[in-house]
Write a protein that binds this ligand. Structure first.
Ligand code: ZN
Length: 270
């Protein structure tokens, strides 16, 4: 069974709830986010939070859509702007030269047309272009996340064997491991930037500041009902999205490479 989680609406950080009792709601209101410090965490399973999150996710949908969808949206916005500009220029030229070499009437008509229709059309096109680029721009973090984000140069790289007595269970598949990373996104690009992920979550059996940097493994949930419960607990509404799951596990007692970041996070690699 997955643990109870609270969610920061400001930054999408998932924080472990201290208890799963009815007091969770009180805890949610009082506790600050572990990621950004904002107050007012929400219980992702509550109906109020679901509504709030749906609105927020909708605003950022394009940024986390598959690469092909983002490219098409940009292309559409750009072509709208270019076509509008071309159409207005062509009509102005036709009006100007319509009755021979620019007589007074066609000059006035072409000016009126450019000012009355060309300008608003150009502005609309620019607006569509700007809003598409804004919506599809890279975001700094996944929509939901629970992992260390180390900063600073790495040092002290060494091999290390993980304690075989330390075991944790993946909340998605239930498989035991020393550490896990679960990722959810709309396409299968395992190396995509942080901000394009719907979820990136890491967990460790050891009680240290750790980050997992292993090659990501795709995963097909064996039980769709369990996968849905997993998503519900994180406030992710599958809706009509075709979601891709990744689950990367570090075997219990594995030997790994470890380096320490500038801010003291130990980064584990294979
Ligand atoms: Zn936060």
């Amino acid at each position: 069974m997955s643990k109870s989680l609270l969610l920061c609406v400001e930054c999408g950080r998932l924080c472990e709830a201290a208890s799963s009792s009815p007091y969770r709601q009180v805890e949610a209101v009082r506790r600050g986010c572990e990621g950004c410090g904002a107050l007012g965490l929400v219980d992702p399973r509550s109906p109020d939070a679901a509504l709030l999150l749906h609105g927020l996710d909708d605003e950022q949908r394009l940024a986390r859509a598959p690469a092909g969808v983002r490219a098409m949206a940009r292309l559409r916005a750009t072509s709208f702007f270019v076509l509008a500009a071309l159409a207005v220029s062509a009509i102005c030229v036709a009006l100007y030269f319509g009755k021979g070499k620019g007589d007074d009437v066609s000059e006035v008509l072409s000016l009126l047309f450019a000012a009355g229709i060309g300008l608003p059309m150009g502005m609309l096109g620019m607006r569509a272009l700007r809003s598409t680029w804004k919506q599809s721009r890279a975001l700094p973090r996944p929509a939901r996340w629970r992992l260390e984000l180390p900063v600073g140069a790495e040092r002290d790289t060494h091999r290390r064997r993980l304690d075989p007595a330390q075991v944790i269970v993946s909340p998605l598949s239930g498989r035991p491991c020393a550490a896990y990373e679960i990722g959810v996104r709309c396409d299968d690009d395992a190396d995509a930037p942080l901000g394009s992920w719907l979820l990136l979550e890491q967990g460790f059996a050891a009680d240290e500041r750790l980050q997992l940097d292993f090659p990501r493994m795709t995963y097909t949930p064996a039980d769709p009902a369990l996968a849905k419960a997993f998503l519900d607990a994180r406030g992710i509404s599958p809706a009509t999205l075709d979601l891709h799951f990744f689950e990367t596990l570090v075997p219990v007692g594995a030997e790994v490479s470890a380096s320490v970041s500038g801010d003291g996070v130990t980064i584990l690699r294979s």
